[in-house]
Design a protein around this ligand. Structure first.
Ligand code: ADP
Length: 262
């Protein structure tokens, strides 16, 4: 609460009282804190790979360059840290475009069954590389949704990619597409490490990760789910998570069934 006050005069110019203005600034302060935290997070996330790039290049310049094998392994680290920074900047740019509503949506009547199937096809190799099964299950041929299909596919791919990352090798990932009342739903299920109950409400916050070290190791930025949420919400949809630690995770993406004809 912020308070400001001023004396109040009567018509003869004598002090007659005090006018006091009380203002609720909690909302403003909250926003301010979120902004500060965001900037701190971005700086930290960019600084970590930069520090590593710098120290490896310095070591190379100090003579490690002479040892071919060592040099190659150092350069591989430099390369993958540069990839990480690239990924982070790409995610940040996308968030900023979504925030400033500068995204041009290419919405059309599309088939969520096809979008789900395409996403699964594109992730098959990644799952195979980790010895995981990735299956697609539906009893529908067509569920009509009015969406930007590339972006919805991107969301599903992102969720499948999380399922792969946070499920040990040998695990099972399943994508289901079905109808629930006026929604078409894509459900991505895994039998991975799961998410502690207390963390579930925070998953869609920017930079939130249950286990920072593990996410970083997997190449995560902690921005994936917040981007996914913005995209789904821009389609009047919903996204939510149910999970049990040690059992697995289910992510539901619900998009309204469209009635419009193209
Ligand atoms: P990240 O880039 O770290 O994967 P996300 O925004 O995509 O960021 O996800 C946020 C966090 O949610 C992850 O760091 C991870 O802790 C948790 N998470 C997301 N998906 C899963 C999943 N399928 N199983 C377990 N944990 C998950």
């Amino acid at each position: 609460l912020s308070a400001s006050y001023a004396p109040y005069m009567d018509e003869k110019g004598r002090k007659a009282g005090i006018v006091m203005v009380l203002q609720d600034i909690t909302k403003r302060q909250e926003l301010d804190n979120m902004r500060k935290e965001f900037v701190a997070n971005v700086s930290h996330e960019l600084k970590t790979p930069l520090t590593s790039i710098k120290s490896y290049t310095e070591t190379l310049l100090d003579g490690a360059l002479e040892e071919k094998d060592l040099a190659v392994s150092f350069l591989q680290v430099v390369n993958s840290e540069a990839d990480r920074m690239n990924g982070l900047v790409r995610d940040l740019l996308q968030l900023s475009r979504l925030d400033s509503k500068k995204v041009l949506w290419n919405k059309k009547n599309s088939n969520l069954v096809k979008i789900g199937q395409d996403a699964v096809n594109k992730m098959e190799i990644t799952a195979q590389n980790k010895n995981q099964t990735l299956s697609f299950i539906t009893k529908y041929e067509f569920l009509s949704v009015y969406v930007d299909k590339d972006r919805i596919e991107q969301v599903i791919i992102n969720i499948i990619s999380n399922a792969i990352k946070y499920t040990p090798s040998g695990g099972h990932i399943q994508v289901q597409v079905y109808r629930d009342k006026n929604y078409a739903v894509a459900l991505i299920k895994d039998n991975g490490i799961g998410i502690p109950k207390r963390a579930i409400p925070r998953l869609f916050e920017r930079f939130y990760r249950v286990d920072k070290a593990r996410s970083r190791e997997m190449g995560g930025t902690g921005l994936g789910l917040s981007i996914a949420k913005q995209i789904v919400v821009a389609h009047d949809g919903e996204i939510f998570v149910e999970s049990k630690e040690g059992i697995g995770t289910e992510v539901f993406i619900k998009i309204p069934i469209s009635k419009k004809k193209d």
